[in-house]
Design a protein around this ligand. Structure first.
Ligand SMILES: Cc1ncc(COP(=O)(O)O)c(C=O)c1O
Length: 311
């Protein structure tokens, strides 16, 4: 059991947690200097972009709690290896909140991630594929699925609420310098949008889509920035050809790459998100995509618990 508090929900929202930005030790890996913002080290459970994305939505809920004196229920969705469900179950338990996870699948399914969530008190409710899609696409649809109650708060898939961008934006101020380029994995692209918000038009962000047919993410980035109250920043590129077959699909080559990279760099990565980013980085460097003197930071978005599903 981890006792470190993730957010100070009762105080000013300041967290004791920050992460280092490290120069990748073994420069022979990529042939150019690469910095890694190690958000995987933020917290043993609520790490990476989960920490960043949950912060402001949770602070708003905590304020509501203080004002009303009632206990909230966090309601959210994800797959059976979802990093977001895992982190949400943890922060809910730590804060004394209830939590409900709507999980794509059926009661015959299980995973170490689901067991962790249940151990934290999260109520797991399975939904079939069409319902899951509707939860993703139709605002407030979750209210048709979850038994109604008071003080229920919805977090969309991946925790990608517009308010999630504010927490991601904060990490820019933790960097030791403003890089030319930040490389990041894109699922919903909320993390990428948060980086754009924090950069305020400077530099560029290169997003590596981890799912197939990801061009629609351009629209999502614009929507999230707008709904979170930021300008329509365009200083990013979305690269859509390193998905390795689709979301959570892994080729033997990618698996080998993750293994070799972790061994040589001593930086753990997994094949669903960060593995695809570092693999893309290697290929992009080979193809001359970056200037040799470009100041490059890769955001390590954590998610290492999910690797348990890939073994
Ligand atoms: C470890 C990890 N990295 C990257 C992402 C992608 O983040 P986003 O959905 O904000 O694009 C996720 C999903 O939230 C994730 O769990």
């Amino acid at each position: 059991m981890v006792s470190m508090s993730v957010f100070d929900l009762s105080g000013n929202g300041k967290s004791p947690l920050t992460s280092p930005c490290q120069l990748l030790g073994n420069s022979t890996l990529f042939g150019m200097p690469v910095w890694i913002k190690r958000d995987d080290l933020l917290h043993p459970v609520v790490s990476g972009n989960k920490f960043r994305k949950l912060k402001y939505p949770l602070l708003a809920i905590a304020k509501h709690c203080t004002e009303t004196g009632r206990i909230p229920t966090l309601v959210t969705m994800g797959g059976i290896w979802s990093n977001h469900l895992h982190a949400t179950a943890y922060v809910a338990a730590e804060s004394g909140y209830k939590s409900i996870g709507l999980v794509r699948g059926n009661v015959a399914m299980n995973s170490a991630m689901l067991e962790d969530c249940r151990a934290q008190g999260m109520q797991i409710q399975f939904v079939e594929r069409d319902t899951y899609r509707a939860l993703r696409d139709i605002p407030h649809y979750w209210q048709n699925i979850v038994a109604s109650g008071s003080d229920q708060f919805w977090f969309p898939e991946g925790g990608s609420d517009p308010a999630a961008l504010h927490g991601v934006a904060e990490l820019i101020a933790e960097l030791p310098f403003i890089p030319d380029t930040i490389l990041v994995a894109c699922g919903t692209a909320a993390t990428l949008a948060g980086l754009l918000a924090g950069l305020q038009g400077r530099s560029r962000v290169v997003g590596i889509a981890v799912l197939k047919n990801a061009d629609y993410l351009h629209g999502e980035i614009a929507r999230l920035l707008q709904e979170a109250g930021y300008p329509a920043h365009q200083n990013y590129q979305l690269i859509t050809d390193f998905h390795h077959g689709g979301y959570a699909k892994v080729t033997p080559e990618l698996r080998q790459f993750c293994h070799d990279f972790t061994e040589q760099s001593q930086v753990p990565i997994e094949p669903v998100y960060t593995g695809k980013v570092f693999y893309a980085l290697r290929e992009l460097i080979k193809s001359g995509y970056f200037q040799s003197d470009e100041k490059l930071v890769v955001l390590h978005t954590g998610g290492l618990q999910g690797a348990r599903g890939m073994r």
